[in-house]
Every structure is written in C-alpha cells, then in structure tokens.
Write a protein that binds this ligand. Structure first.
Ligand code: PMP
Length: 351
C-alpha cells in the first residue's frame, strides 16, 4: 500500500546537501546579518504588530514599500517564503495532465525539485560549452501545447552569466501562449531586470528574493511580479496568511533600511572582482565572468581542491557533475577575511 501520489514513490525529499564548515561559501549567502543591522527598527515595529492576530497593518505597509522598490503596482505582487515557495506555487498553478515546463541546464537545481514536488515534468536544454544556448532549439523544445512555461534564470546560477537580452526578447515574443518565468534572484548584483517589460508582455513572470542582496536567506522572503491578471490566477494556490507577520515586519524593516544593504552589495561586487583577479593570476585556474555574488571557476583537480578547502574549514560548491561544468567549483563572496583565507588556501594547494 502506497498512500501517496504514485509518482512520489520514486522521488527523494528536497535536500540541500552541502558541507557545514566555519567559512560557508557554498550557498550564495551574505555575510551581513540583517537582524543585527535593523534590530532597533524591527523591535519598534514589533511593538505594534500583534502576533495573536492573523491580520496586521504591516502587510499593507510592506506591500506599499515593496511595490515602490520593485516599481510595480501592488496587485502585480505575491509575497512568499523565499523564491522557492513562489516557484512551488507557480508550478502547482500551471500543473495539469501532461503539462511540462522547459528550462536550460545547468541552472538552478531546485526548479527540478519543485517540479517533482508538484508532479510537473521539466524538460531541459543543455547549455553550450560557453554557456550560450540556441533560441531555435529552446523554442523547439517548448513547441508543444502541453508546455506551460519556459524558465530562464537571469543571471544564471551556477554559471553566473546573464542571458543575451535579444534571446530573452525573442522567447517572450514567440511564446505568447505560454508563460515565461525570469528568475531574478541575483538582480541587484547584475542590475539587469525585465520588470519594466511586465506591461508589454502579459506572459512574463519575475521572481526575486531577499536571500541575496538583502542578506536575509534565513528570513525566507521573496516576491513574484506579473501583470494583475496572472497574479490573480496564481493567488488561487497560495495559502491564507502564508507569510508570518514577524517575517513581514523584518522584510519591512530591511526595505526601510535598503540603502544599507544595497551599499553592502557594492562591497560584495568589489570583493568578487578582487577574488576573480587573484584567481586569474593562477594559470591553472580559469574564472568565468560573473554578474552575481559568486564566482564559477575551473581547475582540473577541482575535487582535490574542494577537499583541501574543506579540510581548512571552507565550504564551496562542487558543481562539476555536469559535462559542461566538469571540474568547476562555485564560490560565494564572503567577508574580506574569508575571501583572503580562500585565496590563501587555493594558492597553497596549487604550489
Ligand atoms: N533561484 C535561484 C537562481 C537561486 O540561486 C535561489 C537560491 N540560491 C533561489 C531561487 C531560491 O532563493 P530563496 O532563498 O529566496 O528561496
């Protein structure tokens, strides 16, 4: 007797499997703790936020603030517990008998996790070795009445690059009968958004998060943007009061202090450039261009380097399990000291 959906039998629980070391450079997190940064505002707000109630004034204030930041109308937004929860909602809203979505690979691994969770099929087009892809091939894969959505991660994780705007535009134009999701998780680092195209493309959905540029991975807060009609439909699968009002209060306090976080991102970007330059000086290593808060690099003994970093209490991400990312590691930008430690261990290993 199997109590659950028959397709779940062969699947595994969603699991983010990373080593836990003193220096965590494996999850694209921030080194700035938002609680420490905004706790006075947070505590002051919490005096008026009643945790014994479902409803709070904070929801409206947060929506106003978020709409202002994202430059969209309030009815073009859904808030969620991280971008992940919004992916889950979106996938469950488009799932149907025979339905499938299309994406590129390698890309964000958990598109597959949440497609699996809701029973939606996912077809993937492999990127070329220089991380480019052929628009005709992608359009071909999607050219099916059951293809409900094309997912583009921009900038892409783990390759760190932006997709060419002309290709995105063509995909949006030629897929009016299906949704196009652009995952802008790393938007604040790339400064590239398709947000201003939402009114032009009624099939466009954008997902963003507070986990990266707003330093709040543990808070679990993200948002989805689309035209009001799409948002209305997707809201049909969103649970009531899905975000704790404590989370909403912290998200509001973060937005009220947004310059603090956005300025911190400048440090992250200059650190990323510094670490990239340091790695580029090592002839055994090739570093890829990054529009994010992490770097992807290749070294032919990446597995040994990965282990050596672990031995020295540094966790990076081994992303070398696909053909085009063979021998590649992904390193998040940490504090100056953490990055120095990382560079030091890499150099010592290469000696
Ligand atoms: N999309 C991408 C591309 C990501 O890299 C991540 C997290 N690493 C997410 C979505 C999920 O982010 P969140 O923490 O908001 O769930």
């Amino acid at each position: 007797m199997y109590y659950f959906r028959s397709d779940l039998r062969a699947k595994k629980p969603v699991n983010v499997d990373v080593p836990h070391k003193r220096i965590m450079l494996c999850l694209n997190e921030s080194t700035l703790d938002p609680f420490i940064a905004v706790k006075n505002d947070f505590f002051n707000l919490m005096k008026d936020v009643k945790l014994n109630r479902y409803y709070s004034w904070i929801t409206k204030s947060l929506l106003n603030e978020l709409a202002d930041y994202a430059q969209v109308e309030k009815d073009m937004l859904i808030m969620g517990n991280g971008a992940d929860e919004l992916l889950y909602y979106l996938f469950s809203a488009i799932n149907d008998v025979q339905a499938f979505a299309v994406t590129l690979t390698p890309s964000y691994f958990d598109y597959l996790s949440y497609c699996n969770a809701v029973g939606l099929k996912l077809k993937m087009l492999p990127l070329d070795s220089d991380f480019s892809f052929s628009t005709p091939k992608l359009l071909d894969l999607a050219n099916d009445i059951n293809c409900k959505m094309i997912i583009l991660c921009n900038p892409n994780n783990p390759t760190a690059n932006l997709l060419p705007p002309s290709q995105i535009e063509e995909i949006l134009l030629k897929n009016k009968d299906r949704l196009v999701l652009i995952d802008e998780t790393y938007y604040e680092f790339s400064q590239v958004t398709w947000g201003h195209k939402l009114s032009q493309y009624p099939n466009l959905i954008i997902i963003r998060t507070f986990s990266k540029a707003f330093s709040a991975a543990g808070l679990r807060f993200g948002y989805m943007m689309a035209n009001a009609d799409l948002i209305y439909q997707i809201k049909k699968v969103v649970t009531a009061f899905n975000i704790s009002i404590m989370t909403q209060t912290m998200a509001y306090a973060i937005l009220k202090n947004k310059s603090l976080f956005l300025e911190h991102n400048n440090i992250v970007i200059s650190e990323r450039n510094r670490v990239a330059s340091a790695l580029k000086q090592l002839p055994q290593i090739s570093v890829f261009h990054s529009a994010t808060n992490f770097l992807l690099f290749r070294y032919n003994k990446s597995v040994d380097l990965f282990s050596s970093l672990l031995t020295n209490e540094i966790a990076v991400r081994d992303v070398g399990n696909t053909k085009i990312l063979k021998n590649c590691l992904r390193v998040t930008q940490g504090s100056v000291q953490e990055n120095n430690m990382f560079i030091k261990i890499v150099k010592e290993f290469l000696k």
